[in-house]
Design a protein around this ligand. Structure first.
Ligand code: OGA
Ligand code: MN
Length: 288
């Protein structure tokens, strides 16, 4: 059997039509889904009757799940919750609340978990309650950006290592959203700036909002390079904008894509996205 795929963007991304991943998926079909992730980076499933339990069952097919950091309402569980509703009461969370200020940083292009020694393979983001307007998720392809970089720009990047730190991306938006205990929970780590897919060898940049500087370079110079590469990746020809419908599930490859949240009227519309994150199998660079 071959999956029925509908292209989302000329460079990457497919909607997988006719597979209900909220129900148990057979091994043959799952192998095709897993292969599509390596090739197409972004998978969309629609019309799912998704629950936390079903999401965990499907997510675990990709590998072991990472646990959310204590900054998130889902801290310590496999779920990172992106929402303007209080978990217990369901009431709107006020704009000034730390939980909303913390989520603001997601509006910068990032790769989930790149601040971990072993970063994420992929994330599964499930639209449970979505606003009628706004709150789209934008995605961009670092692999496509790498392919488009002139050879002379690519060569000096090979072998570079970047320092990634969750607090870096948070501090750019609001330095008060993490306390000392939380900062210590996620110390800075090192990631290769260029990596390749182990199955098909496709190379990609690996950067994002958590990347703060380049190992062995003056901080400002490294930051300038990272900013330049981020601007390159954010060009419109690489971006797919996902307007959410309830029952959507996005599976995105954190090894070669970046994503960002976009604003919505948080005092008026409800939004609940549940994210599970699958660990990759090893680090991308030596740590010291
Ligand atoms: C995430 C994330 C984007 C969004 O869940 O990791 O970045 O649109 N979400 O909420
Ligand atoms: Mn994210």
């Amino acid at each position: 059997m071959a999956l029925n795929l509908r292209t989302l963007h000329p460079l990457y991304g497919v909607e997988v039509v006719g597979v209900d991943v909220a129900k148990p998926v057979g091994d043959t079909v799952f192998a095709e889904i897993r292969a599509a992730l390596d090739e197409r980076s972004l998978l969309l499933f629609r019309g799912l009757d998704m629950t936390d339990e079903r999401q965990i069952a499907f997510s675990e097919r990709f590998g072991p799940l990472l646990r959310a950091t204590s900054n998130n309402p889902g801290g310590g569980t496999p779920f990172s919750r992106q929402s303007n509703l209080d978990v217990k009461s369901g009431a709107f969370i006020p704009a000034g609340d730390k939980r909303m200020r913390y989520q603001k940083a997601n509006e910068q292009f990032h790769s989930d978990g790149s601040y971990r020694v072993v970063p994420a393979l992929c994330s599964l983001l499930s639209g449970r309650v979505v606003p009628p307007e706004g709150g789209a998720t934008e995605i961009t392809t670092m692999r496509g950006a790498w392919d488009a970089l002139p050879e002379a720009k690519r060569r000096p990047l090979e072998g570079l290592v970047a320092v990634h730190n969750l607090y870096h991306s948070r501090s750019l938006v609001d330095p008060t959203v993490m306390n000392e205990v939380q900062k210590n929970e996620t110390p800075p780590v090192r990631q290769a700036v260029v990596r390749s897919n182990p199955v098909n060898g496709r190379k990609t940049l690996f950067i994002g909002a958590h990347a703060s500087h380049i190992v062995g370079w003056p901080v400002e110079e490294g930051r300038a390079l990272l900013n330049e590469l981020m601007a390159f990746c954010a060009q419109p020809q690489f971006v797919y904008r996902h307007e959410w419908r309830e029952g959507d599930l996005l599976v995105y490859d954190n090894r070669c894509l970046l994503h960002r949240a976009t604003p919505y009227d948080i005092a008026r519309y409800k939004r609940v996205l549940q994210r599970t994150t699958v660990s990759d199998s090893g680090p991308t660079a030596p740590q010291e």
